[in-house]
Design a protein around this ligand. Structure first.
Ligand code: NDP
Length: 230
């Protein structure tokens, strides 16, 4: 049985990914900030003995390291960094709030790399040896024709850059890394006018991860498998 470790599993794309992996017969180590309030995730434990839920605020690096120690000896085939924040909406040039910007970077850029560091031995011991990060198309430099979105855009661009560095550092050890755009998804972050539901996004993302080749490591792909320009 393959094992997924995922962050932000209580709602949105993270919850949908959890369901898709459980349905496919995987063991899922699902993390979220407040498990006692994660009703839908908790209800899945009644159907799936392969699901275990852990408390994890991804920006609490003590908690990250404690979880890695608690799971010592547990292999992790896929580490899926899904948790993220958008930050306050509507910031334009001249209005950027540096405190909010730092918080967005903490969650969206630093935390995924700290998780990779903490769980590297668990991943290295697995068969699939994969680190995936849910990024966003708005992090593409090439596709940025509108400007704005300083906090979130820059965080996803930095995440992509960090995933590329991880690939250069870790592919020699057989560990593949990838940045993934989930589509515009109907979640709290994506809003009600988004184009696809979370299940469609999650099914596509899993397929891309399942078929990931060494040559694609460090790349940036959509949930439909299309390569996105940096
Ligand atoms: P949601 O806002 O619906 O969910 C965000 C998730 O991240 C929640 O589970 C939230 O937990 C969790 N989270 C935030 N901060 C932390 C933290 N410090 N520690 C642990 N968990 C945290 O977003 P989506 O499901 O839409 O987004 C999932 C991913 O997809 C994100 O990386 C996002 O950037 C990306 N994305 C989404 C798009 C969309 O259209 N929806 C488009 C492009 C990219 P809590 O409930 O505790 O707040």
């Amino acid at each position: 049985m393959k094992t997924l470790l995922i962050t932000g599993a209580n709602r949105g794309v993270g919850l949908a990914l959890t369901k898709v992996y459980l349905k496919a017969g995987w063991q899922v180590l699902a993390t979220c900030r407040v498990p006692s309030q994660a009703d839908e995730l908790q209800s899945l434990t009644l159907r799936y003995r392969s699901l275990t839920i852990f408390a994890l605020d991804v920006t609490d690096y003590t908690q990250v390291n404690q979880l890695a120690s608690q799971l010592n000896g547990q292999v992790v085939d896929v580490l899926l960094n899904n948790a993220a924040i958008y930050g306050p909406k509507g910031y334009k040039f001249g209005e950027c709030d540096e405190t909010a910007w730092r918080a967005v970077f903490e969650t969206n850029v630093i935390a995924p790399i700290k998780l990779a560091e903490a769980f590297i031995t668990h991943i290295e011991a697995s068969e699939l040896k994969t680190i995936a990060a849910i990024s966003s198309r708005v992090g593409s430099q090439t596709e940025n024709t509108k400007g704005g979105g300083y906090l979130y855009r820059s965080s996803k661009a930095a995440l992509n850059s960090s995933i590329k560095s991880l690939s250069n550092d870790l592919l020699p050890q057989g560990i593949k890394t990838v940045s993934l755009h989930p589509g515009w998804v109907k979640t709290t972050m994506g809003g009600p006018n988004a184009l696809i539901d979370a299940q469609e996004s999650a099914e596509g993302l899993k397929q891309v991860i399942d078929n990931l080749q060494d040559a694609q490591s460090g790349g940036f792909y959509s949930y439909q498998g299309e390569e996105i320009a940096w």
